[in-house]
Design a protein around this ligand. Structure first.
Ligand code: NAD
Length: 484
């Protein structure tokens, strides 16, 4: 299969926080991979901008080291690495002061696309936006990319939206949720809206329930103080799981266009019912076998922050009335696995009798690892007398089906950064979406705070607190296993 490369016009990209963890591990490797993939025009400038005092050569040496570590496949090609580095530079900048801004402005070209990636803590977003404009860098072709977290609650998200709107128009603001850049997430839309097969069944008449699981094996190490203030609800549910829920549940947009898609997502969030307290389970991991538990890691022996959430959500609209959506996410779980399971209802009547076994269809959309889509269908168990039924997966493993050149899915950041440069906001969150998501999560968090709720302990390496299993069992259902 020959992939079609959409041309990109020359651009300047400034990475504020260009020496930080995200820049090292994700942003620069993503840029380099797209450069190696021939997706850049010749004339591109990438400028790191951060506090550290460095010159261009000093920064290039750092970038070369990061690429060797985080893009080892590509950086083995020394010629490509050198050509990439020749387009990279650095300006020391103080986000909240005057230092470096005139130099930065002088390095940028006139009249071309300019993207400013805010890979710094959110408290600096306003200062950056203000200075970009004050130093004459906010042209019509300027775009800003804003990392998560986008606010801490509705009030702070509104304030941040208002601050950014004071300097840029909405069409210039790209709020990143890297889950939307994942190939399978986009494939979810392709499967839903590119086929006749699924959409007629995609409603409460045929779907029993939907499970969205984002399980992580990592803990909170390295992000302790942020995480202890945020917790799983703010860190994962309000953004990533909410976005997945929207894409699964939304009505077909009239076209694959930024506002058409985001209008439909927003309608889903606004149709979410408030979550009842007995439909939520919060958990916090405890150490086993000498491993530290959550409270030891964050250094807060009384912390009541959740590192795990399971909840049952309802969307009050015509399509989904009566179909629960079960969401769960947690840290230090048994396996790393992000998957959406669409659990169809049983066939209304089994013609094969009670002994044949009855099996419902499950459509599993795996985000990571092993991106792909599997449809579990029921067939006859081969070779057996009589009619016994057995489940088999119809596996749509993209890499295998599409050939060796598609064995590796591009990293989400690759896709998203190129969308910024191309001016395509479809896979970015709009300001009103983010606010609506906070409006749904804020009362849940406020309820825990006012009741002094304490999360349930669960062991590192487990599937989460037992109460999360009960949440399902009470409804006569079970979670699908968390498999690596
Ligand atoms: P980091 O602490 O590793 O890096 C911060 C960067 O900001 C550094 O380059 C530092 O020099 C620069 N900086 C800090 N204060 C500055 C100032 N006053 N003026 C100029 N530069 C300044 O942080 P990070 O982990 O790279 O995260 C950056 C952003 O991305 C944060 O908003 C974070 O929440 C978000 N994020 C990070 C990750 C991740 O995996 N690291 C994932 C998702 C979102």
């Amino acid at each position: 299969m020959v992939s079609r490369v959409i041309p990109v016009e020359p651009f300047d990209l400034v990475v504020f926080g260009g020496t930080g963890d995200l820049a090292q591990r994700k942003i620069l490797p993503a840029l380099f991979r797209r450069f190696c993939g021939g997706q850049w025009p010749e004339d591109v400038l990438v400028l790191g901008a951060a506090r550290k005092k460095l010159d261009d050569d000093g920064y290039r040496a750092l970038v070369a080291g990061w690429l060797k570590e985080h893009a080892p496949d590509r950086s083995a090609d020394c010629a490509a690495l050198d050509r990439f580095l020749s387009r990279v530079g650095y300006v020391p900048v103080e986000a909240q002061g005057d230092e470096g801004w005139p130099e930065l402005a002088a390095r940028l070209s006139r009249d071309r696309v300019r993207a400013f990636y805010f890979s710094v803590g959110p408290r600096l977003f306003g200062a950056l936006a203000e200075r970009i404009e004050a130093h004459g860098m906010a042209s019509d072709k300027t775009r800003i990319v804003v990392e998560k977290p986008f606010g801490h609650d509705l009030e702070s998200a509104r304030a941040l939206n208002a601050t950014l709107a004071g300097h840029f128009r909405e069409r210039q603001i790209y709020r990143i949720d890297h889950y939307l850049g994942k190939e399978t997430v986009q494939n979810l839309m392709a499967v839903r809206f590119g086929n006749m097969l699924f959409e007629p069944l995609w409603n409460s008449q045929y779907v029993d329930h939907i499970q969205i699981t984002v399980a992580e094996t990592v803990g909170v190490d390295g992000r302790e103080s942020y995480y202890d203030r945020a917790g799983a609800m703010r860190d994962m549910v309000q953004n990533h799981l909410m976005q997945l829920l929207c894409l699964i549940a939304m009505e077909p947009p009239a076209k694959f266009d930024p506002d058409a898609v985001r209008d439909e997502k927003l309608k889903v969030i606004r149709a979410l019912d408030p979550v009842l307290p007995h439909h939520i389970v919060r958990g916090q991991y405890v150490g086993v076998d000498g491993q530290p538990g959550y409270r030891e890691v964050v250094g807060n022996p009384r912390s009541s922050t959740e590192s795990y959430i399971a909840l049952r959500a309802h969307i009050s609209n015509w399509r989904w009335a009566g179909t629960p959506f079960y969401l769960r996410t947690g840290k230090r779980l048994v396996a790393r696995s992000s998957v959406i399971n669409v659990m169809f209802k049983d066939a209304p009547h089994s013609i094969f009798g009670a002994d044949a076994g009855r099996h419902a269809n499950v459509l599993s959309i795996r985000l990571q690892p092993n991106e792909g889509i599997t449809l579990k269908v029921t067939i006859k168990e081969p070779g057996q007398g009589g009619m016994r039924l057995v489940d088999v997966p119809l596996d749509m493993s993209f890499a295998e089906a599409l050939g060796p050149e598609n064995q590796v899915s591009p990293d989400a950041y690759e896709r998203l950064i190129m969308d910024v440069v191309r001016g395509n906001q479809t896979l970015f969150m709009r300001g009103d979406e983010v606010e609506a998501a906070w409006a749904w999560t804020d009362p849940i968090i406020a309820g825990w705070e006012s009741s002094g709720d304490v999360p349930k302990p669960y062991d590192c390496g487990s599937t989460g607190p037992g109460d999360a299993e009960l949440l399902m069992k009470r409804d006569g259902r079970n979670w699908q296993g968390i498999k690596p």
